[in-house]
Design a protein around this ligand. Structure first.
Ligand code: AHM
Ligand code: MG
Length: 351
């Protein structure tokens, strides 16, 4: 039976390496496991360390700026996006642990080349989220989601990638900011590690993260206000005033870099929203590489993630680049948001 750790155990473990943490977790939680997921994550961390190094020196070597091409989302591709995408693919495709990959930067799934072994997992990722902020030296991040393979042919298929978020076996992100931080969960607590560049290892800095039940922060691109529907406008109006379930106005914080906005709210409490609007009627963010992994993390940290009317992790993906409205964060704040879309606004006693 899986053993749980108490606060004392967690405190004692601060500073241990990610390698030790994941080996110890595997032994404690799944003693019969063969270490495939562990190995997969360790290779992903090698890619993260390389991306971290490159983002730090990018300004010096003229990597910043646009490539001049557009990706399949019609957005301008930053040079670092391409670099990060390439590094992740190259560091993971030979491991023998994956049957297919999918990236926000690719129209189709990324097959494992024939010369490498096929494994039991899929990796879906956004190589460098928030990349429009790169040139301003604002925090950016990699988001990842790992699922177990469900097909049984010679190679992985789109079906392996298009699974509901609740089937994820591991999800997380890496932030390249003032420090490089990695947060992940395999469904047994959410843990944060900070890269110590002097030893080249991620060291446990935030064991067993629990997000506050309610926060004081709302994070949304309010420039879209006049494109929102009535429930969204009413919700944001309520959060800015004291006419919400807490009877206190919230503070606005919006970086425009999902991983950084999410991470701040995870630690401090609060709510992040990218709702549908008249320009993006399905929302802007992608279900598979963005909403699902962050929803998996927030739920395991005690929070919630919804479209307003449906739990993110229950959505059946219709295609690789399926977009969804995303409302994510502290449990009571997300429930309060949902009450607007359900037409039953919670009053001061709600939540
Ligand atoms: P990207 O994956 O192309 O970087 O786009 C996603 C980003 C998120 O990081 C962020 O939350 C959002 O787009 C910001 O969008 P906007 O500029 O419309 O507020
Ligand atoms: Mg993105």
């Amino acid at each position: 039976m899986a053993q749980t750790l108490n606060d004392h155990d967690n405190h004692r473990r601060i500073g241990i390496s990610f390698t030790e943490h994941i080996a110890e977790s595997q032994h404690r939680l799944s003693p019969a496991a063969r270490g495939e997921l562990t190995s997969l994550l360790l290779h992903l961390m090698i890619a993260a360390k390389i991306i971290s190094r490159e983002t730090r020196k990018a300004a010096l070597v003229d990597v910043l700026g646009l490539t001049g091409r557009t990706n399949i989302q019609g957005e301008l591709v930053q040079k670092l996006d391409e670099y990060a995408d390439d590094i992740i693919i190259r560091n993971l495709r030979f491991t023998g642990h994956l049957c297919a990959m999918a990236s926000e930067e690719h129209e189709d799934i990324i097959p494992i080349p024939e010369r490498y072994a096929i494994g039991n997992y899929t990796l879906t990722f956004d190589p460098l989220d928030g990349s429009s902020n790169i040139d301003a030296d604002v925090s950016i991040g990699t988001i990842f989601s790992i699922q177990r393979r469900i097909s049984d042919g010679a190679t992985g298929t789109l079906q392996d990638i298009l699974q509901r978020g609740k089937n994820q076996v591991c999800a997380g992100y890496i932030i390249y900011g003032p420090g490089t931080i990695m947060v992940y969960t395999t469904g047994h607590g959410v843990h944060g590690f900070t890269l110590d560049p002097s030893v080249g290892e991620f060291l446990l800095s935030h064991p067993d993260i629990r997000t506050p039940d309610e926060g004081r922060i709302y994070s949304v691109n309010e420039g879209n206000y006049y494109r929102w529907d009535e429930p969204t406008r009413a919700l944001i109006d309520a959060l800015k005033s004291d006419r919400n379930y807490r009877g206190q106005s919230y503070s606005a914080r919006y970086i425009g870099s999902l991983v950084a906005d999410f991470h701040r709210n995870l630690l401090y409490g609060g709510i992040f929203l990218y709702p549908a609007d008249s320009k993006s009627p399905s929302g802007k963010l992608r279900l598979l590489p963005e909403a699902n992994p962050l929803a998996f993390v927030i739920e395991h940290a005690g929070g919630l993630a919804t479209t307003g009317t449906q739990r993110i992790l229950d959505i059946e993906p219709r295609r690789l680049h399926h977009r969804v409205p995303l409302i994510i964060g502290s449990r009571k704040d997300v429930e309060y948001a949902e009450s607007h879309y359900r037409g039953r606004v919670l009053d001061n006693a709600g939540g």
